[in-house]
Design a protein around this ligand. Sequence first.
Ligand code: PLP
Length: 456
Amino acid sequence: MAHDTLTNAQMRDIEALVHPYTHAASLRQTGAHMIASGEGIYVTDEAGRRYVEGLAGLWCCGLGFGDAELVEAAQAQFSRLPYYHLFGGRTHEPAIELAEKLKELLPMEAARIFYGCSGSEANDSQIKLIWYMNNVLGRPEKKKILSRKRGYHGVTLATASLTGLPLNHEDFDLPLEFVRHLRCPHHWKEAEPGETEAEFSARLAAELEETILAEGPETVAAFIAEPVMGAGGVIVPPEGYFPAMQAVLRKYDVQMVADEVICGFGRTANWFGSETFSIAPNSMSMAKQLTGGYFPLSAVAMDRRMAEAVEEGASRNPALGHGFTYGGHPAGCAVALAALAIYERRDIVGHVRRVAPVFQARLRAAADHPLVGEARGAGLMGGLELSPEPGRPAAFAQPGKVGARLMEEMLARGVILRSLGDTLAFCPPMVITEAEIEEMMAPLPEALDATHAWAR
Ligand code: PLP
């Protein structure tokens, strides 16, 4: 689109906003895509065109875009108590009720819940509270955090440091010194010829042990991981990966932090990705689908040791010197409680189990296309990685361009998706039906052909 075809609103947008994760010069040419409304798995833009939202916004709107119960829960809470906080010993019923409900649902013995407003705040709080814990436990050297290349944990100074993607580090003077990035557990790309998934997992666990020993176990505090890497390209762990990694972590008393910001609340066909991939976390971060994406709210769940240490630190000091103005916002907690009630009543996990095989089969059918390197996924998350060499990992001359083109070809055919480098990511609302999965996937062969023709 040429510059002079931009609408007035698009011009105003360019002059008024800085857009996250957007190529600024291109935006000046194309203008932003203005979304006006949403209903079910669909959103409609200002031009009146309806799209399947194949990424549930940013992996968050698991219940779609027009859930009346979530809206009513927010409205009712806004009328009753539109704001309150948890500082200085204040509290409110929705915050208590939600923490109790999470403790009941989580696949760990969660002793306490701490609220933030975003995934970044949850993971930032994890780092700070683990450091705080280790000071209370009398091991002030134990502060390094292990993360993984291609992992995504947020964009604050500390969490962007955990994130293992060059875009989040370059020109930001990151990562900070306390992070070590381990190898990405992507079997297709990283395995030796003939190495099975189980052998690859064992090698990664051995590398983890080498890293801990090289750094000094007394300096390594925690390992943070998403059950399935999302923004790094939808990377599903190889067989046996987390049990092998956790055996090493336990040996050196390194805390396992599960970043369930995307995987939590049904996405991988269990309530939590930790269940799908046999993770036994000491602490967990949750956000996104916690409120179905309708309100910014995040939560950190911590085990007894961490909770007791935080309580002790907050008793030794005049107070816990950490907390967010809007953490545990009553409207957010009310929306989260409504979302959890819907997940249970409508058996969203059971629904994902029923429809995920249809989605995964449709995705994997694309693996035969000459432009496709690998089709992968779990539950209602999928990634289609493109490659100049069919079925084999290889980099395009201009990384990211072909993936972006496929995203545009799908958009032109009525499906909003997101390209992560040359991987096209799928993460539709979990309420998607089989017929809607067909609708989302139907344009894919044609879009791949068009992209292939363009790329040659
Ligand atoms: N952790 C994971 C796994 C995520 O996918 C994200 C965001 O996509 C975050 C953390 C950061 O969340 P936020 O953007 O709410 O800060």
